[in-house]
Design a protein around this ligand. Structure first.
Ligand code: HEC
Ligand code: HEC
Length: 416
């Protein structure tokens, strides 16, 4: 137990250096020296760690795991994308990485000589790897730039930009869910879908995606969650299906993105293999390390009232902390909860319980760090604001909070 305090993290929630209790008892000073040495940035494992994070970031942003097989060969989205101009692409929530743009392009966009209503500009942006989460191969066919292959990466859904250049154009914010992205509308552009499937995709709306529909054919989209602030949480997804991120990253890479590799889960009967090669497994450790290194973003200055937040903490400790406990505000490492504990249930009419479609059939208490950043709330986005969250708890759990207490609690939630 004592040894737990004398560890330094490798960024994966594992202890890179564990100083055994007996040594700690023996030579306390020596141990501290050893610890400082072992955790110092100049040692080899520190360098390896930095390499691994760089590799994971590269995978997160740019790796398709070979999923062009799905997005190009099966869905033919390359054909649809070739006709989409940047303005339309930004409208469906796609983001442009301003740091990938050479100065000439920046100037051209600013002075209007590069048109944002010309599909050729989309192609130019894709060629620069500037469309977040979309990886394209642009080759010259008869002297003309042509989109030949297209695939998607994790960043499509789990990155956005800071809008510093213009709405939808700015620096990447990895781990921030793209709540503007209308995945369903984009997939619905595929000429390969039948009408029934197209209608399902079109029903989702921005910021939502159903990561099980293609397997169980039930329609109940989830809000795209953040991929930040997950260090120390050993239960992933809204239903706690896996013990670590690698579990779910493999699930998404193979079963959703269409990457080459295998995923199988006896609890749901899902078993998918794409291709005869494996372009996923070897990338999972670094991909996980990178995500775990992304902290939840701090609330912007002035975005909450500190005095009210301090009062709100009392309310939270009394009414919420039994489940939202510990530094990540979740008891996910020790238990999951029955469907009745979720204020996002029952689902809206006609939608099957999301838990019922999962491996655990239960819900994880959602971690709350950075909660200010990603409305709407609950797995299905049923609460539009934190005010709505507090009021649904107050009613359904009969908390009897006064309106002042509710307002203070909201300020506290905004401060996390
Ligand atoms: C098409 C959109 C989309 C893409 C692409 C995507 N995800 Fe997700 N991701 C989701 C949705 C929706 C969920 C919520 C699933 C749930 O909770 O059951 C999710 C859940 C997660 C979670 C769980 C977060 C938590 O709180 O436990 C992680 C981590 C994650 N995704 C990482 C990734 C990685 C890494 C990739 C690339 C391999 C990826 N995602 C690709 C939509 C996407
Ligand atoms: C009995 C356990 C329990 C208690 C008590 C509890 N919660 Fe939760 N909370 C959960 C679970 C489980 C979820 C996930 C529900 C879902 O996604 O459908 C959740 C989700 C949330 C979310 C949504 C997070 C997101 O990412 O969308 C917020 C905000 C929240 N709770 C705040 C509170 C507040 C404020 C209180 C006290 C008034 C509270 N909770 C009390 C278990 C609990």
């Amino acid at each position: 137990m004592f040894s737990r305090h004398f560890t330094c993290s490798d960024g994966r929630g594992n202890s890179r250096v564990k100083i055994h209790e007996s040594i700690v008892r023996g030579v306390l000073v020596g141990t501290f020296l050893a610890l400082v040495f072992a955790c110092g940035s100049s040692d080899d494992s520190g360098a390896t760690n930095a390499d691994q994070l760089a590799q994971g970031k590269q995978t997160f942003r740019f790796d398709t795991f070979g999923d062009e097989t799905k997005w190009t060969d099966a869905l033919h989205l390359d054909q649809a994308i070739s006709t989409v101009d940047p303005t339309t692409a930004l409208k469906v929530g796609l983001k442009v990485d301003s740091e990938a743009l050479p100065q000439a392009v920046v100037t051209g966009i600013q002075n209007g000589s590069i048109s944002l209503t010309d599909p050729a500009t989309t192609l130019a942006l894709l060629k620069l790897d500037a469309v977040v989460g979309v990886k394209a191969t642009v080759t010259s066919v008869n002297g003309k730039d042509t989109l030949t292959r297209v695939g998607i990466t994790c960043a499509l859904c789990h990155s956005t930009v800071d809008n510093a250049f213009a709405q939808g154009i700015g620096k990447r914010l990895d781990g921030w869910p793209n709540r503007d992205l209308d995945v369903g509308t984009i997939v619905a552009l595929s000429p390969a879908l039948d009408d029934a499937a197209r209608a399902v995709f079109k029903s989702w709306g921005p910021g939502r995606y159903d990561p099980r529909f293609n397997l169980d054919e039930k329609n109940g989209p989830q809000v795209i969650p953040p991929a930040y602030g997950l260090e120390g949480i050993h239960s992933v997804t809204a239903t706690g299906d896996g013990q670590d991120l690698q579990y779910w990253n493999r699930y998404v890479a193979v079963t959703q993105m269409g990457g080459h590799g295998s995923f199988s889960e006896p609890r749901t009967g899902v078993s998918v293999t794409n291709g005869t090669d494996d372009l996923v497994s070897s990338k999972l450790p670094a991909l996980q390390a990178y995500q775990l290194s992304i902290p939840a973003p701090a609330p912007p200055a002035g975005s909450f009232d500190p005095a009210a937040a301090t009062r709100g903490k009392q309310v939270f400790d009394g009414s919420c902390a039994t489940c939202h406990s510990g530094p990540e505000f979740t008891d996910a490492n020790t238990r999951l909860h029955p469907v009745s504990d979720s204020m996002g249930e029952p689902e809206s009419s006609g939608v099957p319980s999301y838990a019922s479609r999962s491996a655990t059939k239960m819900y994880r208490t959602a971690p709350l760090k950075g909660i200010w950043q990603h409305p709407p709330y609950f797995h299905n986005g049923s609460a539009a604001t934190l005010e709505d969250v507090v009021s649904v708890y107050n009613d359904r759990r009969s908390l009897g909070l006064t309106s002042d207490q509710r307002a203070d609690l909201v300020q506290y939630l905004k401060s996390l």
